[in-house]
Design a protein around this ligand. Structure first.
Ligand code: THU
Length: 131
């Protein structure tokens, strides 16, 4: 299984493929799937700004489209020296796969390793729909 460090390295490589002509804020993400493979994504912006898609959701959507529904961890790499925690929308999107997912992201002072429930406590999940 890839380490959190290897996952972050894959996110850094994916960041190079970002399409961020409007914000100039390039982000890469990498998810580790159940079978140990790594699937990456980057942010993809649009002239209609609100349509822009974050790196995290690109990676997760790509993983599912490639046949991986079980996601074990995610790493996010933003520009150096900046806190790049996942946005609120991406936190909810990650929660769909595991409310306790390990999350690694680049930050001003280095790297933060946490779990999604710390970033998004009391996440709304499918459990609520079943009750
Ligand atoms: N962005 C991400 O891709 N992931 C994050 O965690 C934070 C923000 C993108 C969205 C937009 O393209 C740019 O960064 C600036 O907000």
């Amino acid at each position: 299984m890839p380490s959190a460090e290897a996952l972050l390295e894959a996110a850094r490589a994916a960041r190079e493929r970002a399409y961020a002509p409007y914000s100039g804020f390039s982000v890469g993400a990498a998810v580790e799937t159940q079978d140990g493979s790594i699937v990456t994504g980057c942010n993809v912006e649009n002239a209609s700004f609100g349509l822009s898609i974050c790196a995290e959701r690109t990676a997760l959507v790509r993983a599912v489209a490639e046949g991986h529904k079980a996601i074990r961890a995610i790493a996010i790499a933003g520009p150096d020296g900046v806190d790049t925690a996942p946005c609120g929308t991406c936190r909810q999107f990650i929660a769909e796969f595991d409310p306790e997912m390990p999350v690694t992201f680049t930050a001003r002072d280095g790297v933060v390793q946490t779990v999604l429930s710390t970033l998004l406590p009391y996440a709304f999940t499918a459990d609520a729909l079943r009750s």
